[in-house]
Design a protein around this ligand. Sequence first.
Ligand code: SAM
Ligand code: SF4
Length: 355
Amino acid sequence: MSGAGGSLDTTLGFDEALERAVAAAEPARSWLVPLLAAEGPEAERLRRAADELRTRTMGDEVHLRALIELSNYCRRNCMYCGLRLDHTGVRRYRLTPGEVLALAHQAEDLGYRTVVLQSGEDLYYETEVMAGMLRSIKAETDLAITLSLGERSDVTYAAWREAGADRYLLRIETTDPALFAAMHPDGDLERRMRCLGQLKALGYQLGTGVLVGLPGQTVVSTADDVIWMHELGAEMIGVGPFITHPDTPLAGANGGTLDQALNLLATLRLVFPHAHLPATTALGALDPQGGEKGLEAGANVLMPNLTPETQREAYLLYPGKPIVDVTSATCRDRITERVRAMGRTVATDHGHVRR
Ligand code: SAM
Ligand code: SF4
């Protein structure tokens, strides 16, 4: 974000903006922008306010969602992503349905209550292949299932919901039409918005989110993202700093910063008191304490990695991804220990969205 570019009617001072947020005012640029642009002691106050609200609305429990990165094949060419189709230097892999089912059992054995099945946009997992996998996981475990498989047809989304998927994560990435087009040469902002509307209509617990610090992004455009996600009725929101990948067309760009991401996370908590907000892996890639900082700025979810160790380094969206070289059990132990060290507890329920 490069400061408060774009047109603004009236921007409030920080104190008044924070008051509006705490009073749960209708989200508006006039108070979102000063929060998103906060620095120094004001940024600290913003994060404290978000942390206090999170304690009141969501409690001290942290929900762990075990991430299974199914496949790193992708048909798309998002400019920022290391898995983009044109990045030929990636060793591509796919997990079989049998492997995914075994991982789901492992997730349950490790005490997790949710698995997140994520991949590039890989049409290999046809509607029925995926639906079969979902039915098996539901029949053999008591796990909640979140999907993060990109844009698919309405028919496919309906079949997967029918087969047992509880939640879907599809980040809008940015609602700025020019920036979206520049970042997604094969994308279409309206199509992505339609996908999210369809997922909501099908009754999925709805997750979306944005990247922070994309080239040319401003705090005004991020404020508009927040307003749009509010209108959508997002129930889970993942925000991550854009991290530069050297083998993408954005190799020379500056990435987003931890402060930008934490300001957005804290602002989101104030706008969405009951949403599930992860301290995303990308925060941990910028700072070894990024997870803790996210949890202290309004977040209540962490996503430990359950992908087989042999494949993790091939699912490299950006460099510096943490915990690629420890076993899934060690990953679980470390995350649990970090949560406890903060005086918080690991949730034992499914952590469904409260409606
Ligand atoms: N392919 C699916 C999709 O795009 O929705 C799911 C997997 S995709 C790898 C998950 C998220 O990774 C994207 O929504 C994007 O925001 C994030 N991502 C990709 N490249 C990134 C980068 N260089 N820095 C930070 N986040 C990145
Ligand atoms: Fe593919 Fe998702 Fe990466 Fe875009 S962000 S290239 S859709 S994996």
